[in-house]
Design a protein around this ligand. Sequence first.
Ligand code: NAP
Length: 316
Amino acid sequence: MADKPDLLTVARLAPFLMQPLQAAFTVHDRLHEEDAAAFKRIAPRIRAICGSGESKVSAELIAKLPALEIVSIMGVGYDGVDVAAAKARGVLVTHTPDVLNDDVADLALALMLSIARRIPQADQHVRQGRWPAGPMPLARKMSGARLGLVGMGRIGQAIAQRALAFGMSIAYTARSAKPALPYAFHATPRELAAVSDFLVVITPGGAATRKLIDTGVLRALGSQGYLINVARGSVVDEAALIEALQNSGIAGAALDVFENEPLVPEALRALDNVVLAPHIGSATTQTRHAMAARAFANLEAHFAGHPLPSAVPECR
Ligand code: NAP
């Protein structure tokens, strides 16, 4: 159909999102990366962008698309989008909050248990035939321990709910205290780390949280403390973390996100006191389908002239 709006994808999107996109739009699949000459020809017609939580939508890209009206991100984090540049041009930005809370919270608990109980190492102990030679060293009990949440938003609260079932005491830091919640507030990550056995990072990425978890926070967490990052790699000073892990500054770390994904420093991969995951917080069939449906619903609503189901806060 000639009158379908033109849409540019800026990530490798799942077939269950590509299919409805292709039905409703003329889709140009990552043409900006793959064919500069072809991209230049179609750029003036692009009215929508669709990408993932890891996509980069820079001011430069926005400037090349004079007809752009909306950027739909399939993900809750949109730190890769230059929202200020979008807003300056009147371009709307949408994301997919809430539908992934369960999965990311589930993964946070799974990573906490994995690092505390050394589940990957236990699996290796059995697989590699080391059990007959003797038991594994004793692990760290998680139930009843002190959980510190850096971020107490949608996902932070879902993590806290799960941790309650483990009898954990819960404290948090955020930009502001939440008096309605029954958890102790600490003004800074460092103060929180000092009273935590497990420090779980679940803030947005971007400039405001860059290296929020630094040497000082890791020192406060201390040699018996564990760091879990399910937020963004940018929130943790990775060099400081590696240094702390190598020198028993902290007990261990479980990480779903990294500074320079998908590349993970060899120094981290070589350590025994870490559990590493390839950014799988929301990566279940059920949740990815729900995220895709929401990302599409935002685009559909915009082009039908209806209110957007989930614009980012800056565009509401
Ligand atoms: P949210 O509801 O917006 O909550 C964010 C929390 O972070 C809020 O409590 C906020 O404080 C706090 N925060 C923001 N800036 C801060 C700062 N500078 N210092 C301290 N705390 C700060 O977001 P959400 O839906 O829970 O998602 C959180 C993030 O998780 C996403 O943005 C994304 O980066 C990440 N994520 C990762 C995965 C994964 O695959 N690993 C999947 C989904 C999401 P206030 O409450 O005071 O505003």
